[in-house]
Ligand binder design. Structure first.
Ligand SMILES: C[S@@+](CC[C@H](N)C(=O)[O-])C[C@H]1O[C@@H](n2cnc3c(N)ncnc32)[C@H](O)[C@@H]1O
Ligand SMILES: [Zn+2]
Length: 277
């Protein structure tokens, strides 16, 4: 199993298997849920301002990904994936866990996905039971040792830069994906009147650099897909939060159509390593 460490404040001791769960040397215990994930949340995570995606959004993204809409994106990410058997991978905001087995087939023992949404981590644990799945708040601290991970994924998820920098090994990489300017533009144009085009790349490069991670490669992925009315509803449910339901119902009448999918993909390395390349 993927080695984890205790999330009790200032403890950080290694976790090992104990009856029905995991425990550290200081006596802190964590349960294994019946679905197979580890619950490493702390009481303060329940009051978190960002409690992870709600069930409706998780299920909408799950259905969307099951339609194969991420296949092209997975193909675009593959050339960046390290092939060594020694690579330990941390997927931050892993959602329903679609990307892990697609990018690291055969790598379950060295793969750990983290998400703060219970419905998301349950789906992930069901999909790829041999990997390690953790319910935890990635913004509060990552439950792994310093320099112990060779690949961090942040695919449309969290980017706790200081923590990513702490856990990455000197030769490690962090792969970030964010929605591209044109992503779902046809739908956003209808919902927002003029669809806002927002390029996030420069801001993310700067944000990561402030944490000692240098962008060493980047690419843009874009595709046109045909979607049904049901898939449009899912795309909107995973894009807009519950408070914006009115916007969702506004386009409930849109029929099947073609939409653009786009993502900016960025590859980062620790600054010290990037300089020596
Ligand atoms: C847009 S989804 C992306 C999921 C997945 N990476 C994918 O591309 O399908 C963002 C995910 O981040 C999770 N999340 C939000 N805040 C989080 C936090 N503080 N810690 C861990 N996960 C979090 C959400 O629950 C959600 O599953
Ligand atoms: Zn502990």
């Amino acid at each position: 199993m993927f080695e984890l460490r205790c999330t009790v404040r200032n403890c950080n001791q290694p976790l090992t298997g104990v009856e029905g769960g995991l425990g550290c040397g200081a006596g802190h215990r964590f349960d294994r849920a019946k679905e197979g994930y580890w619950n490493l949340t702390q009481p303060q995570d329940k009051k978190s301002a960002n409690p992870g995606d709600h069930r409706e959004a998780v299920l909408a993204r799950h259905r969307w990904l099951q339609c194969g809409h991420a296949a092209g994106l997975i193909g675009a990410l593959r050339p960046w994936i390290p092939v060594s058997d020694l690579v330990r991978v941390l997927d931050l905001g892993c959602g329903d866990g679609t990307f892990g087995p697609a990018l690291f087939p055969g790598g379950a023992a060295r793969f750990c996905g983290i998400d703060l949404s219970r419905p998301a981590i349950k789906l992930a644990a069901r999909r790829w039971a041999e990997a390690t799945w953790v319910l935890a708040n990635a913004d509060r601290g990552l439950p792994v040792d310093d320099s112990s991970v060779q690949c961090v994924l942040s695919l449309f998820g969290r980017r706790p830069v200081a923590e990513i920098s702490r856990v990455l090994s000197a030769d490690g990489i962090c792969i970030v994906a964010v929605p591209g300017e044109e992503d779902l533009i046809e739908l956003r144009e209808q919902v927002q009147k003029e669809g806002k085009r927002r390029n996030r790349v420069a801001a993310i490069v700067q944000e990561m650099e402030s944490g000692g991670l240098v962008c060493v490669d980047q690419k843009h992925w874009q595709a046109q897909v045909n979607v049904t009315a049901g898939q449009i509803a899912d795309a909107l449910a995973m894009t807009y939060r519950a408070g914006r339901r009115s916007e969702q119902s506004l386009v409930a009448s849109i029929d099947a159509s073609t939409v653009t999918l786009a993502a900016d993909l960025l590859k980062f390395r620790p600054a010290s390593e990037a300089q020596s390349l």
